[in-house]
Design a protein around this ligand. Structure first.
Ligand SMILES: [Zn+2]
Length: 159
């Protein structure tokens, strides 16, 4: 008989969150076509990233969704998850990118616009190419892609 998992972050995720080079913890259980993990627990089915958020941070605030700062649907690293409003969801990222342009672009030494950041996070283009084309370092491009900088640009999958 399988041992019942302890309903804590470690109990649910420690043995099925595989670290990847960009700091993500890839969920190693059942995933849907889009890569979102599903977990059966107490007779109901949870999105793995939402469960990870709840076990790490407590309940999701009312009316909020859990988004991936890393734009990786399979990631269950609580540090890559953030609660945001439904209005922050992926469908309005373009308009929001424009609306918030001032904040990011005003940042000291910033050569990039929020549209560039969105592009960096959504394209398959290599870090080296992007860096060359945008006139910035590849370190900066990787940091943006992995969500370590420009965190206020939220273009992540929301469920
Ligand atoms: Zn991640």
């Amino acid at each position: 008989m399988p041992k019942t998992r302890e309903f804590t972050w470690n109990g649910m995720f420690a043995d099925r969150a595989i670290p990847s080079s960009n700091g993500c913890l890839e969920f190693a259980g059942y995933k849907n076509e889009e890569g979102y993990g599903r977990i059966m627990r107490l007779g109901s089915s949870w999105w793995a990233h939402r469960l990870s958020y709840v076990l790490a941070n407590g309940p999701i605030p009312e009316g909020m969704v859990v988004m991936h700062l890393c734009d990786n649907p399979s990631c269950v690293n609580p540090e890559h998850l953030k609660a945001g409003t439904v209005a922050d969801n992926v469908h309005d990222m373009e308009s929001k990118g424009r609306a918030r342009k001032r904040k990011g672009s005003a940042h000291q030494n910033s050569k990039l616009t929020e549209s560039d950041v969105i592009h960096i996070r959504t394209t398959n283009e290599s870090v080296t190419n992007l860096a060359k084309r945008l006139g910035v370092t590849s370190t900066l491009v990787s940091r943006i892609r992995n969500g370590f900088t420009w965190k206020h640009v939220e273009l992540n999958h929301a469920l």
